[in-house]
Design a protein around this ligand. Structure first.
Ligand code: ZN
Length: 341
């Protein structure tokens, strides 16, 4: 091999390695028009994708997820966590795995909607795809993402029963809790919910867990404590995101992975804005059915157009070891830095 070729190969190898191992924790929110796909890259370059969004004829969401992995410098996805088996969370998996290898598959166990033919088909495909690499997680389990602490706090309808360190205070708002009716799509409440900690920084993603189940973790006592960054639950729909939950975890920053016509009703913005200590809301999409002035500031919204014209711009956060974190809107380059508590 010539010296030049060795040099080129070495440079390629270094750039691939450096891109993946930025030294910061990075989280990317892939815009999936109301589906869910959140890519987490740990400071050492380990990776976990939470959900694979929708299936479309043109593999739109799988391609968008793949593009995010390339931006992050990944050669593979170490862990795929599927929060639950709805089509907006598992739909892109079959196409994605043809684009990039996946090392490990985590989920809550069999779908509770297996009687629905569509769910049964998606679940069967998942079981086949994940054979030999699948692990079912329960509340209290740790997810082995190197360099960060990721704990499962909810899975298959069961939450942690003991408070996380520093948490456990009584939640006065529970006295006003109004239960919602029975959830028509019960697999939402099987969602795997995680709390990721990196130094002082805390990030929470509860999948599509709904209103009645959220409160298991925060009533009568807040078992979670406060978080820095909250991915609004269930795409920012009002079937989730109760005041009891949001005001207990008191996020400093909320990221809503809504679609143009899914998530982000005025009532959810109201709950978020009344949450003590909330500084900003960032959105994957302008919620077109909600008045523009109720949506967050346009500079913090990654996508403004209806689906047909949408470019699928990313939101991302980069977190350093001191707990300082910078949110960036990749549509316009706008960014803002926050401090962990
Ligand atoms: Zn969903």
């Amino acid at each position: 091999m010539s010296k030049t070729l060795v040099g080129i190969l070495l440079a390629l190898w270094l750039s691939a390695g450096l891109a993946a191992a930025s030294g910061n924790l990075q989280i990317y929110w892939i815009d999936a028009e109301g589906g869910a796909a959140t890519l987490i890259v740990s400071p050492g370059g380990g990776s976990m994708l939470v959900d694979t969004a929708n299936r479309t004829a043109d593999d739109r969401d799988a391609k968008r997820i793949f593009a995010a992995t390339q931006k992050a410098g990944l050669q593979k996805i170490d862990i795929l966590l599927t929060t639950h088996f709805h089509s907006d969370h598992i739909g892109g998996m079959a196409a994605l795995v043809k684009m990039i290898p996946i090392g490990m598959y985590l989920d809550h166990g069999e779908s509770v909607e297996i009687a629905r033919p569509q769910v049964a088909a998606a679940y069967k495909a998942y079981v086949e795809q994940s054979e030999g690499k699948r692990r079912i997680v329960k509340a209290g389990d740790r997810i082995p993402l190197e360099g960060v602490d990721v704990q499962v706090i909810m899975s298959a309808g069961e939450g942690i029963t003991k408070p996380l360190p520093g948490a456990g205070a009584p939640n006065a708002a529970c006295a006003d809790f109004q239960p919602h009716g029975t959830e028509p799509d019960p697999d939402n409440d099987q969602s795997v919910g995680i709390l990721l900690q990196y130094g002082r920084f805390r990030f929470i993603d509860m999948g599509d867990l709904t209103w009645n189940y959220e409160q298991k973790l925060v009533c009568p006592n807040n078992l979670i404590g406060k978080v820095d960054l909250f991915q609004t639950t269930h795409h920012g729909l009002d079937r989730s995101n109760s005041p009891q939950f949001v005001w207990a975890i008191q996020p400093r920053v909320a990221v809503m992975n809504n679609g143009p016509h899914k998530g982000g009703p005025p009532s959810v913005f109201e709950v978020l804005r009344k949450s003590p200590g909330l500084e900003d809301i960032w959105q994957g999409h302008l919620a077109l059915g909600t008045p523009k002035e109720v949506n967050t500031d346009e500079k913090m919204i990654a996508n403004l157009e209806p689906t047909a014209q949408c470019h699928g711009n990313l939101l991302m956060v980069s977190v350093d070891s001191s707990g300082q974190y910078t949110m960036t809107n990749l549509r316009n380059g706008y960014s803002k830095t926050y401090q962990s508590r």
